[in-house]
Design a protein. Sequence first.
Length: 213
Amino acid sequence: MRCPVCEGPEGRPFQVIDGRAYGRCGCCEATFLLPEHWPTPEAERAEYALHRNASDDAGYRGFLQTVVAPLLQRLPPAQHGLDYGCGPGPVLASMLREAGHTVALYDPVYQRDPTPLTGSYHFVTCTEVAEHFHRPADEFRRLDALLRPGGWLALMTCFQTDDARFAQWHYRRDPTHVVFYREATLRWLARHHGWRCEVPCANVALMQKSVTG
């Protein structure tokens, strides 16, 4: 069973829950839904349409502040970034623009123009997106290529911690979530790509590309 995150052969059966089979990697510690249980693109879009993340929602802005605040502490003024997987209402991009940065948008469903993927950026944000990646190894290679030397990847996803509660975990029950990362998984990715990894708070990882990268 090959791991979709590190692409190693150390994946093993982990749990079967309501007929959905999950694997666990012995190398990077990722947990992943087996491909035969992935949702269809139509089912994914239907689930995304249920989300309500308005730009004037103080609660949602507060949620995003968890990643915005530590990222802004590390950015010089007037940097150029990309909100990768921005969704239909790019609230995060708006918050970063309010702080004086420019932000391009890309989303495979809602902002499908691929032009931003030809650029390079001082920072890339990836919030509540990585758990949807069907081919995370390819996605992280793309994210690395988008970063300029010294650039920051700001990633927010709910870290998987408690195997005993995995079956009832709200994050697992979202049918569009197909891969789950432990902090150790993200630190593996950082080592693999030569990034410096910081975890300033729960569920947030900030990874800086080497200046010689």
